[in-house]
Design a protein around this ligand. Structure first.
Ligand SMILES: NC(=O)c1ccc[n+]([C@@H]2O[C@H](COP(=O)([O-])OP(=O)(O)OC[C@H]3O[C@@H](n4cnc5c(N)ncnc54)[C@H](O)[C@@H]3O)[C@@H](O)[C@H]2O)c1
Length: 438
């Protein structure tokens, strides 16, 4: 394919040289004449493992050249990869100035060119940037319509600086956010023959994936370092701890606990986080991530309260009360806390949980419920139907099959979904459905 690459920084320069080495014909564009001259001399404008030799090779064979002339690059290509910088503004917001300018320039050049062209944004940008900001700019300067006169896609970059050439040929994944199938096909063709799974998703999803990745990577490093500091203060070898931690592929290094859902609770997580943070504080070790896990969880619980408030209705039927399915343990159940807040706000509440009935409540549970939710006995209903009859709002906190099969469709009753119902995908389009974090 004939490809133009806009922005010859770390991302653009590696993409350009690697694509050229795969047999594509590539023209790099940058506003910086020094970078353009360096590339045309066969020298990489960035320092990266293997990029020097690769650039020299592909420039010598004529597969890669560079220019400052946008028009020339657009005339000579069928796909444009936009790799300009998106730095932080002083207030932390994303600077889209370079993206906006380059999009306008590409649109103006395409207006002269005619014929099918696909613009692929590789820069990191917040969900909505492409469709709400860049597409209107492109359509205006082009005097045409995306999807008809020009293809548009988002193709975030997941390569690590330092090893990005190696990563390019063995990527962790390829993500294609496509405006339409033809746009996605053009991006897929660029990487044909490379290993790794390819995900073709809506444009805003592709934009968000990059943030999910980087936020998680930062969180992982912060978590490991805080835990390391606490272990050190307590005289424990943190690397030995993490060796064992990492060996657990069922609960730790796994998809477990990584799907948006309801707040956590139970008799262990809150208690153990509290005591770990307390131990860190006593040892004068600052652990901002660990100490904000419980407040984050409390904020998430509050979101559920606000969802119910937003319905404007008073009669609430709650399904599920114990802290997770298959147990009657109510200690620190976030659903108990939610029920209590709604009750306190005067909602007319009925609750059903097959695992919980007052007669079965013994020991710690009975005591817990008596202090946390003294009116539970009046609120509990023995059957799903009784709660359904009562409810204007069905608040679903359990995956109990008897509840799932009885839940109504179609908007007569509002469904507030705390657990991502198995049919949430279709329900999302129905009136009266509200997901907690989806
Ligand atoms: N560096 C990384 O490892 C990495 C990894 C993944 C994603 N990203 C994202 O990719 C994007 C690019 O990052 P980078 O590190 O390569 O940036 P960079 O600052 O190294 O390079 C950006 C280049 O764009 C050029 N440029 C600016 N305006 C231009 C225009 N109108 N026309 C042509 N060129 C123009 C600049 O002169 C510069 O050479 C950013 O959104 C970044 O967040 C970077």
């Amino acid at each position: 394919m004939r490809i133009s690459v806009f922005g010859l920084g770390y991302v653009g320069c590696v993409s350009a040289a690697c694509l050229a080495s795969m047999g594509h014909e590539v023209i790099g564009v940058d506003v910086n004449q020094v970078k353009v001259d360096l590339v045309n001399d066969g020298k990489a404008p960035v320092v990266e493992e293997r990029i020097g030799e690769l650039t020299a090779d592909v420039v010598r064979t004529g597969a890669l050249r560079a220019t400052t002339d946008v028009r020339e690059a657009i005339m000579d290509s069928e796909v444009s990869l936009v790799c300009v910088g998106t730095p932080s503004e002083p207030n932390g917001s994303l600077c889209t100035t370079y993206l906006e300018r380059v999009t306008e320039e590409i649109g103006a050049a395409l207006a002269e060119r005619g014929g099918r062209h696909t613009v692929v944004f590789r820069s990191t940008m917040l969900p909505g940037t492409c469709l709400n900001l860049l597409v209107p700019i492109l359509e205006k300067s082009l005097g045409g319509t995306v999807g008809v006169d020009v293809g548009v896609a988002v193709n975030p970059e997941f390569l690590r600086e330092g090893t990005s050439v190696r990563d390019f040929f063995d990527p962790p994944k390829t993500v294609i956010g496509e405006l339409d199938q033809a746009s996605g096909d053009a991006v897929a063709a660029l990487y044909e023959g490379l290993p790794g799974e390819v995900f073709r998703v809506p444009v805003p999803t592709a934009e968000a994936i990059k943030y999910a990745d980087n936020a998680f990577h930062g969180l992982k490093i912060g978590f490991a370092n805080e835990l390391g500091a606490v272990c050190q203060a307590l005289g424990v070898d943190s690397h030995q701890v993490m060796d064992v931690f990492l060996a657990d592929r069922k609960l730790n290094i796994s998809p477990a606990y990584l799907r948006p859902g309801f707040a956590f609770g139970g008799s262990c997580l809150p208690k153990d986080l509290r005591s770990l943070v307390h131990a860190a504080q006593r040892a004068d070790v600052s652990v901002p991530i660990l100490s904000h896990v419980l407040p984050s969880n409390a904020d998430h619980l509050q979101r559920a309260v606000e969802l119910v408030e937003r319905t404007g209705k008073r009669r609430v039927g709650m399904f599920g009360l114990s802290f997770k399915p298959g147990t009657d343990d109510l200690r620190e159940s976030p659903l108990v806390e939610l029920a209590e807040r709604l009750f306190g706000k005067g909602y007319d509440l009925k609750i059903h949980d097959a695992n919980v009935s007052l007669s079965r409540l013994i020991g710690a549970n009975r005591e817990y419920i008596e202090t946390r939710l003294p009116h539970l006995a009046q609120l509990l209903a023995d059957s799903v139907d009784e709660v359904l009859q009562h409810a204007e709002v069905c608040l679903v906190g359990t995956k109990d099959p008897a509840v799932l099969s009885a839940l109504p469709h179609g908007g007569g009753q509002v469904i507030v979904d705390l657990i991502r119902l198995p049919d949430a995908e279709t329900r999302r389009t129905e009136p009266g459905y509200m997901g907690l974090a989806w």
